[in-house]
Ligand binder design. Structure first.
Ligand code: ADP
Ligand code: MG
Length: 222
């Protein structure tokens, strides 16, 4: 299958020779210690950052939904922030706000729609960031530690939502420190260390019996 997101031989900052791909309808969990370059790789895959060397293939940026580790918002209401990706694609204000409002309902933020996005709590901001990333039905979704401030109930609901996105053919790249979450969601897992993917494989069997000492240690500690 042709990968929707593909990075080959990437060097940039902590990354030395990192290669990773995600196909349409596939969920890949990217694991790795802090500072290993996960965020760098996500930004390169989203074409927000150019690598020093290596090759990147991705759909146009407007077809990518990105939830950054610390989502930034415009100084506007939560609703207008979530409507924004539709506005820049040419939707009318009314249409954009109507579709955005549906996303806010799905993510439990209806009551926060008119509140300034800067007033949201950590978990609310993560859900608003996800609503914004999904509002224009992206072909690829990149989540950079995007559920780490959610309570268990919202983690479960968001995971259900991500399964639905994958089922409609979206490529999902999930950066997470949670091995349990990778087990629940991912088709494939990859461990980034020392600038490259040191182990990669089908999620269930790779996490159950890692081939490398590095992944074994990561799974035991997580
Ligand atoms: N603008 C920058 N210039 C130089 N180094 C950077 C820059 N941004 C990040 N880095 C470095 O790249 C490394 C990887 O960072 P990051 O991709 O955020 O890792 P992770 O997301 O895995 O924690 C870190 O050591 C960080 O200091
Ligand atoms: Mg990071």
């Amino acid at each position: 299958m042709t990968p929707l997101l593909q990075a080959r031989g990437i060097a940039k900052w902590a990354l030395r020779d990192a290669s990773l791909s995600v196909a349409a309808g596939e969920c890949v969990a990217l694991l790795g210690p802090s500072g290993s370059g996960k965020t760098t790789l996500v930004r390169i895959l989203a074409t927000l950052l150019a690598p020093e060397s290596g090759h990147v293939a991705a759909p146009p940026l407007r077809r990518i939904g990105l939830v950054q580790q610390r989502p930034g918002f415009l100084r506007a209401s939560t609703l207008d922030n979530v409507a924004y990706p539709l506005r820049v694609r040419g939707a009318s204000r009314a249409t954009a706000r109507r579709v955005a409002a549906e996303r806010l309902v799905a993510l439990g933020l209806a009551a926060r729609a008119d509140a300034g996005a800067w007033t949201l709590s950590g978990g609310e901001a993560q859900r608003a960031g996800l609503a914004r990333a999904l509002v224009a039905r992206p072909d690829a979704l990149l989540l950079d530690e995007a559920t780490n401030q959610l309570d268990p109930e919202w983690t479960r609901r968001v995971e259900d939502l991500l399964r639905a996105e994958r089922a409609r053919g979206c490529a999902v790249l999930l950066v997470t420190h949670s091995v349990a979450q990778a087990r629940r969601l991912a088709d494939r897992v990859a461990l980034l260390e020392e600038g490259r993917i040191v182990e990669e494989g089908p999620a269930a069997e790779t996490l159950a019996s890692p081939r490398t000492e590095r992944l074994r240690a990561f799974v035991e500690m997580a």
